[in-house]
Design a protein around this ligand. Structure first.
Ligand SMILES: [Zn+2]
Ligand SMILES: [Zn+2]
Length: 254
């Protein structure tokens, strides 16, 4: 399984792209602005999109991607998420007002997209690749994902503040090689981190104490302009085995 990071920022500007991860050629985890860097051919090949939650920085390219390649595809793109996330997409995004309802267009029988509920805690297998949804804690219902192949596993937190189930599932995963976890803000913004249900370096350090040693930890969703300062604060809290900053374009093979 080849995992390519398309976007790993908490915002936009210059080289920053919001959350999106391409798994092999056909699975997308979140559809942030990083999707806009894919070629038409790469976009056409995406059959499955797993969403962590409904926030725009994680879904914003979905309407454009479907509009751009929907007519060229034989099958609808399958969108997987928790029920609440899909309801938000139906009601507020693909509602025929902000954007066309591509779950009924061009025809209800052969639309550009189909919705599929994946409750938190459930796992799906796609050609021997396993995708498990894990509940996390954010201001809207949100999930992280555990991606597994025969060679190992990689976990992605999506957006979360302090949480429990995610770390429990990770500690029960023997072949866990990599963990991608968000840290959005500086410690000076701890209050904001708690209100918006994200993490700052001090909260991250507390979370990582829940994780058994072994996997490599990578940090994503950093606020543009504060990336270096956030990583410095993380290094101060976690001087040994300091997590790496996740980079756009980075590739993991598991
Ligand atoms: Zn969010
Ligand atoms: Zn986000």
């Amino acid at each position: 399984m080849k995992i390519r990071i398309l976007g790993a920022s908490g915002g936009i500007g210059a080289q920053a792209r919001t959350t999106s991860i391409l798994v092999d050629h056909d699975i997308l985890i979140d559809a942030g602005t990083g999707v806009g860097d894919l070629t038409l051919e790469e976009m056409r090949a995406i059959d499955h999109v797993f969403l962590t939650h409904s926030h725009l920085d994680h879904v914003t390219m979905l309407p454009f991607m479907l509009d751009t390649v929907g007519a060229d595809r034989r099958e609808p793109v399958r969108i997987y998420a928790q029920e609440a996330t899909l309801t938000t997409l139906r009601t507020h995004l693909f509602n025929g007002e902000l954007w066309p309802d591509f779950s009924r267009i061009p025809t209800p029988e052969a639309p550009f997209m189909t919705y599929h509920v994946l409750p938190a805690g459930r796992e799906m297998t796609l050609n021997q690749r396993r995708v498990r949804s894990i509940p996390v804690t954010h201001v809207v219902p949100a999930a992280g994902y555990l991606l597994s192949s025969a060679r190992g596993s990689l976990a992605f937190s999506g957006d979360t503040t302090t949480t429990e189930e995610f770390w429990k599932v990770l500690n029960a995963t023997r072949d866990l090689r990599h963990v991608i976890v968000e840290t959005s803000f500086l410690d000076a913004d701890e209050k904001l981190s708690r209100i918006s249900k994200h993490l700052c370096p001090s909260l991250l350090a507390g979370e990582l104490k829940k994780l058994n040693p072994g996997p490599q930890v990578h940090i994503t969703h950093l606020m543009p302009g504060s990336e270096d300062d956030i990583m410095r604060e993380i290094a101060r809290h976690i001087p040994n085995n300091t997590p790496h900053r996740l980079e756009r374009g980075q590739v993991f093979e598991i």
